[in-house]
Write a protein of this length. Structure first.
Lengths: 264, 289
């Protein structure tokens, strides 16, 4: 049942085209056989994808990003789950302040966080360290995990926990056997959302990476400011494919619409 | 609950949030304070940052130097225009989406919102392919007999790409407030003889206003501090505040000046967010009782 007029549908079509056009164009240009940025019309070629894998700097940056996103998302989850439980389960002075503080990196520009961390890292002499880059990413992606875990922990039915407790389950057993399975969609969805956000992050990373720890988005940003060729399109197409894959997973474990527009 | 139990429960709460607190204090609170301190440090191109000498010179030139003034003004109008376009496109689109039938509604919602999860560098690159000198837009223009235009490295390119990146942030809150709308109110107004536009203006719009306002806020804040879009589509000459800070830090190496601009950007951002929030809360608490 559609209640939209033809003008509304035309408007809608244009908006969808506008949103998808840059992504489609990137994916098409990636298959060009030419040396220039042209849309392939008759022939499709994989030469620019091969070119990507021959560039050691891009391959290294890709592995850096992968390891970074994986470790940062896992650490952020380890930090956000107890924090979410603390906020939803316990009354303590300063709880609202904690909640606000933990979500605040969402409203602070990444650029400001980037320069602030650059100063800290320079002062303690860890600039360009991969471990500290991971911590920096943990900071900006923890709010995403926290939000999803909070959402799934708030509406939780506590009776199963009380039952387990009265049957003599210890605190850790209680968490592992009862609480965790119930908040698992939020935890897994949060991890994946954090992974995507860390993998995509460029503004903060550009300040706190060194050539050795450069991430893929930073490598791409620097490359695109210097030169534009179809290899950039091939890298972009690979990034789009990887993101799409993660999004499908996210949809399976948590529901993409729930991640994007909240609970339905 | 006894006071002792409250303390015990409270202690568990602190214990569970301790790792997060440690992370946020060491990587958020302390670095921001260090940056604030840095913005008052004396800087000399010969010897660098003087950690023990303080000055307000950087804030002074931020307010007085026409070069900075021009960049702040440009950032302001580009963000304002982006926000306006996002309202004009995002609000009707969210409304149209909410009126769609069952499978299409979620399909298109996901299709429109997922670009949000794709790297902003990729999206900026996509726009540079479309808007470049021999890009798709110019090819289409030429095919219809027009002459090619310079689109890339203009404010136009920056605004278009910013609208593309920010549109989901407008659609999401508007969509959320549309979900809370009671369809019976619309039907009642229609059955009482109100025209379609009257219904939208008098019934729908007032109820989704909080959503539109919070979308406006998010879009403006993100646009004003956006970095990759102006960096890749604005070129070297079209600076915005974020690219200016980047230059101060990584090419001029004048960290105190960069820190002063970053502090100003953060303060302006927080100020707009907080005052807007207060305004919305005040207005809607009043009208909703």
């Amino acid at each position: 049942m559609s209640r939209n007029g033809s003008f509304a549908l035309l408007f809608h079509t244009l908006v969808v085209l506008f949103m998808l056009a840059p992504l489609m164009v990137v994916c098409l240009v990636a298959f060009t056989p030419q040396n220039t940025l042209s849309l392939p019309t008759t022939e499709f070629s994989l030469r620019w994808f091969r070119a990507v894998f021959e560039r050691a700097d891009f391959v290294d940056a890709f592995y850096n990003s992968l390891i970074l996103a994986f470790s940062a998302a896992s650490l952020a989850t380890l930090i956000a789950v107890p924090a979410a439980l603390a906020i939803t389960r316990f009354e303590f002075p300063g709880r609202d302040f904690f909640n606000g503080l933990f979500l605040s990196p969402i409203i602070i520009p990444h650029l400001v966080l980037g320069v602030a961390l650059l100063r800290l890292f320079a002062l303690i002499g860890v600039n360009g360290s991969f471990a500290w880059l991971i911590f920096a990413h943990v900071l900006v992606i923890t709010p995403y995990v926290l939000r999803l875990v909070l959402a799934s922990a708030i509406g939780l039915d506590r009776s199963a926990e009380h039952a387990a407790q009265s049957l003599g389950a210890g605190r850790f057993t209680l968490f592992r056997q009862i609480t965790l399975p119930m908040i698992l969609p939020g935890v897994a969805g949060g991890w994946l959302l954090a992974f995507i956000n860390s993998f995509d992050e460029v503004t903060l990373s550009i300040f706190v990476t060194s050539p050795a720890t450069q991430t893929l988005p930073v490598r791409m940003y620097v490359y695109a400011t210097e030169s534009i060729d179809p290899m950039m399109a091939a890298v972009s197409a690979l990034v789009i494919a990887l993101t799409a894959l993660t999004m499908i997973l996210l949809d399976r474990v948590y529901g993409l619409d729930r991640v994007l527009v909240g609970k339905q | 609950m006894s006071a002792l139990a409250a303390i015990r429960l409270g202690r568990q709460g602190y214990l569970l949030s301790a790792p997060a607190l440690a992370l946020y204090v060491s990587l958020l609170v302390i670095p921001l304070m260090l940056t604030l301190l840095l913005s008052f440090n004396v800087f000399d191109y010969g010897s660098g940052i003087k950690g023990d000498a303080y000055t307000i010179e950087h804030y002074d030139s931020l307010l007085g130097d026409p070069y900075f003034y021009e960049i702040f003004l440009r950032t302001l109008w580009i963000s304002a225009l982006t926000t306006l376009l996002c309202v004009l496109i995002g609000v009707p689109e969210a409304y149209i989406l909410s009126r769609m039938g069952a499978p299409w509604r979620s399909i298109f919602l996901i299709l429109i919102l997922t670009p949000l999860l794709i790297s902003v560098v990729v999206r900026a690159f996509g726009w540079s392919l479309l808007l470049g000198a021999d890009g798709l837009v110019n090819q289409t223009l030429q095919a219809f007999g027009g002459s090619p235009m310079k689109l890339l490295y203009t404010p136009f390119a920056v605004v278009i790409a910013l609208v593309h990146v920010m549109l989901p942030f407008m659609i999401i809150p508007v969509w959320t407030s549309l979900q809370k709308l009671d369809p019976a109110a619309e039907q009642a107004a229609l059955s009482l003889g109100a025209g379609h536009f009257t219904v939208i203006r008098q019934v729908v719009l007032p109820q989704i206003m909080p959503g539109i306002l919070s979308g406006t806020l998010i879009v403006f804040g993100l646009a004003a501090s956006s970095f990759a879009i102006p960096g890749l589509l604005g070129g070297r000459r079209l600076k915005m505040v974020a690219t200016l800070i980047y230059d101060q830090y990584l090419s001029e190496l004048n960290w105190p000046m960069g820190a002063a601009i970053a502090v100003a950007l953060l303060l302006i951002n927080l100020l707009i967010m907080l005052s807007w929030n207060r305004m919305i809360e005040g207005r809607y608490k009043k009208s909703l009782g």
